[in-house]
Ligand binder design. Structure first.
Ligand code: DGL
Length: 271
């Protein structure tokens, strides 16, 4: 048994798709979340910058004595190889578990990947899928505008503009007859209902945040590191800039009011 919290970070609101899965599937676990609202988006930046940001995000969470640290960020998991391979705590990224789930789910071996520019450019998902299913065909598309849609709460299923944008990104991979699509950026599961509608029911969507949480669950259980069964998880959400929207949108995304659990902390303040 281990009472220490799970540390989860992302550039902004995206990582809340992983938080949602922890609340549902690991209800006894405490969470310390860090959203780098000061520097979002990450996905259009260079590898060098993403490495530097990831290093600071990890150092931030390391102040809170976490039993594991999760990069609930496809971009960091794909690009910040140095920063993420030197984490002192047990580390989980979103690329490996999502690639494994997609390789398992596909029937025709044709997999789409929707992610940020930096993630697609890194080829990380392709490499990971190919290591499990060498014959798979992967069709990646970078969808930076979807990050902005989520950060601005344009996620309603009846939002015709968001739907048109998603259609435009999806059309090329749907033409390639993919039967599985990895939502390779943690912002995108928040748009899953529209993506599923556009892609059709024959396409399986893989939520990378959810898959990472399933890996975390297995790790905690196998190593006797779960929290006490009668403990109800507590949550803290740190943000690096006081953005107007974080609490309001987080409340919608998580379906619970977390406004009194959001704490502004400048990255440089305590490091
Ligand atoms: N949610 C992140 C990801 O999974 C980052 C999106 C961004 O900041 O560009 O890639």
């Amino acid at each position: 048994m281990d009472k220490r919290p799970i540390g989860i970070f992302d550039s902004g609101l995206g990582g809340l798709s992983a938080v949602k899965a922890v609340i549902k599937y690991l209800p006894n676990e405490d969470i310390v979340y860090f959203g780098d609202t000061q520097r979002v988006p990450y996905g259009s930046r260079s590898a060098k910058t993403i490495e530097a940001y990831a290093r600071e995000d990890i150092a931030f969470l390391e102040q809170y004595d976490c039993k594991l640290i999760m990069a609930a960020c496809g971009t960091v998991s794909s690009v910040a190889v140095d920063a993420t391979s030197n984490v002192k705590e047990h580390f989980i990224g979103v690329v490996k578990p999502a690639a494994a789930a997609a390789a398992k789910a596909t029937e025709n071996g044709r997999i789409g990947v929707m992610a940020t520019w930096a993630t697609i450019n890194s080829g990380a998902y392709t490499k990971e899928i190919k290591s499990i299913a060498p014959d798979a065909r992967i069709f990646g598309v970078s969808c930076p505008v979807l990050v902005t849609l989520v950060e601005n709460n344009w996620i309603d299923t009846d939002d015709s503009i968001s739907r048109e944008i998603i259609k435009r990104y999806l059309e090329p991979m749907l033409k390639e007859n993919v039967d599985t699509i990895i939502l390779g950026c943690t912002h995108f599961p928040h748009l899953a209902p529209i993506i599923q509608d556009v892609a059709g029911n024959g396409v399986t969507l893989i939520d990378n945040g959810f898959e990472a949480v399933m890996e975390a669950k297995q790790f905690l259980e196998e190593n006797g590191l779960s929290n006490e069964k009668n403990h109800r998880g507590t949550y803290q959400f740190y943000i690096s800039d006081k953005t107007q929207n974080f609490s309001m949108i987080a409340n919608t995304l998580l379906g619970m009011d977390i406004s009194d659990k959001v704490i502004f902390r400048e990255l440089t303040e305590k490091l």
